[in-house]
Design a protein around this ligand. Structure first.
Ligand SMILES: [Zn+2]
Ligand SMILES: [Zn+2]
Length: 467
């Protein structure tokens, strides 16, 4: 069988793998590339295999860098089932049409600039309608149950502990009468995250495709997250500014609300402090979180049983409309504003940065990974000025890079997860990381676990021989 590495190869975004086996050709994830121009260009790449000839699709989780190009694949002829968990389907049902709108706006913006040139107009990658059509192909599977999408292939979705509904996928693929076990880690979470259960341990694999986002880094040792958050809130309020949190709409926003609700229930948060969720997608995702309680871990269920729902805070303000969002821009102090996109490369967060980034009394707190080439990365890495809406903005606000909210396993978590394999993989493919993270992790895995590692390049096609 062959595996095609069509994304997240020597970069974090764009997860996309096509496996060609004797029994079927299938896809695992089809995500959007995000970041620098040359990376984003890959969103328009040709397929090495006609999408019409793909039999089925496995989606590990809803994040756009894993799901964002599904509508394009379907538009180009893929007609099969897209298997995922129920929470993943629910989240994609708001995220993919939203992404379709962004694609349309993006194409309109480019076409406005092309108006007076002789260059042809561009088409959006896909539209909200394409996203709706693709959603018809989504098929829910239960976790921890063996499924047979075709004769000779079995799969089992396991908890990945990364975001609500995220899965590790175990696959048993028969070729020439022999079974080969291939495991896709998807994005691996960290133990003890709010809402989600801890990642499941996998006992064995012949081949493992492993994420490596934080392969060269360690998160702070078990931080008291609510206490740290309180410190930043208190210091910002004392300085007379706002706390701006660029946040991914899914999981990160709800994790923040979880901690804020803990602070509030312990009466550690001033009762008049206003928490704004200024992202229609984050609002929709929060509603989906409330509905999909069967994915919650024991601690979250316990809180709810005690009568304390972490997503229901009295002073939380949802801003649905543009006008509501613009009204927040007028607030000079005392507000916590959670807005998207998490990497600041689009969306309402850019307006909040425009109004607060140049004010020394404000704090911008990053809570997630900032990919190369994004505005968030520029700010986090200490640039003194950045460009926003064609203007030079001076970075005067306090910048916090709070790794405690990372939804990814760090180096130690990854090694610990690998250590739980009873039968080690023959070959481990390291994906979903930047070069330094991948090289460091590969070196450590070879040294500590004696497993052969391979870091694929974009569009590599590698044979997986039966073992
Ligand atoms: Zn993810
Ligand atoms: Zn990812």
């Amino acid at each position: 069988m062959q595996i095609n590495f069509l994304g997240a190869a020597r970069t974090v975004t764009g997860s996309f793998y096509i496996v060609e086996s004797e029994k079927a050709t299938f896809v695992v994830d089809c995500g959007m590339f995000q970041g620098s121009e040359s990376i984003v260009e890959r969103n328009k790449a040709d397929y090495p295999i006609n999408p019409e000839s793909i039999d089925f699709f496995i989606l590990t989780h809803a994040h756009i860098d894993h799901s964002g190009l599904i509508p394009r694949l379907c538009k180009n002829g893929f007609k099969g089932k897209i298997y995922c968990s129920s929470a993943t389907k629910d989240l994609c049902s708001v995220m993919l049409p939203d992404s379709g709108h962004i694609q349309e706006w993006e194409a309109e913006r480019i076409n406005r600039n092309l108006k007076d040139t002789d260059q042809p107009a561009v088409e959006p990658l896909y539209t909200p309608r394409d996203a709706d059509n693709a959603l018809d192909q989504f098929t829910i599977l239960e976790l921890d149950e063996i499924h047979r999408p075709v004769e000779g292939i079995e799969m089992n979705f396991r908890e990945a502990g990364h975001i609500l509904g995220s899965c590790i996928v175990e696959l048993w693929i028969e070729e020439g009468g022999r079974k080969t076990k291939v495991v896709f880690s998807g994005d691996l979470g960290r133990p003890k995250q709010p809402f989600v259960r801890d990642p499941a341990f996998i006992e064995e694999a012949d081949y493992l495709i492993l994420e490596s986002t934080y392969g060269d880094r360690l998160h702070p040792e078990m931080p008291d997250r609510p206490a740290e958050l309180k410190k930043i809130i208190d210091e910002t309020l004392k300085a007379g500014g706002n706390l701006i949190i660029p946040s991914f709409a899914v999981e990160r926003t709800q994790d923040l609300l979880y901690d804020l609700s803990i602070l509030q229930s312990e009466k550690q948060l001033a009762p008049d402090i206003a928490v704004y969720i200024d992202s229609p997608l984050a609002i929709a995702a929060t509603e989906i979180f409330k509905r999909n309680f069967e994915f919650y871990d024991r601690e979250t269920n316990h809180l709810i049983r005690e009568g304390h729902h972490p997503l229901q805070m009295p002073n939380m303000k949802y801003s649905h409309t543009k006008d509501e969002s613009m009204a927040i821009n007028k607030i000079k102090s005392g507000a916590i504003i959670i807005s998207a996109s998490g990497m600041c490369d689009a969306g309402r967060i850019q307006y909040h940065l425009l109004h607060n980034l140049w004010r020394p009394e404000c704090t911008i707190m990053f809570v997630g990974y900032q990919a190369e080439g994004t505005l968030g990365r520029q700010i986090v890495s200490g640039e003194k000025t950045v460009e926003l809406f064609g203007k030079e903005i001076s970075v005067e606000a306090r910048i916090e890079d709070n790794q405690a909210y990372s939804a990814h396993a760090d180096q130690k978590d990854i090694l610990n997860w690998l250590d739980h394999f009873k039968k080690k993989p023959k070959t481990l493919f390291i994906v979903h990381g930047e070069e330094d993270a991948q090289e460091t992790l590969a070196h450590l895995i070879q040294k500590k676990l004696a497993i052969e590692t391979f870091i694929p390049d974009w569009r590599d096609r590698v044979e997986l021989k039966p073992i």
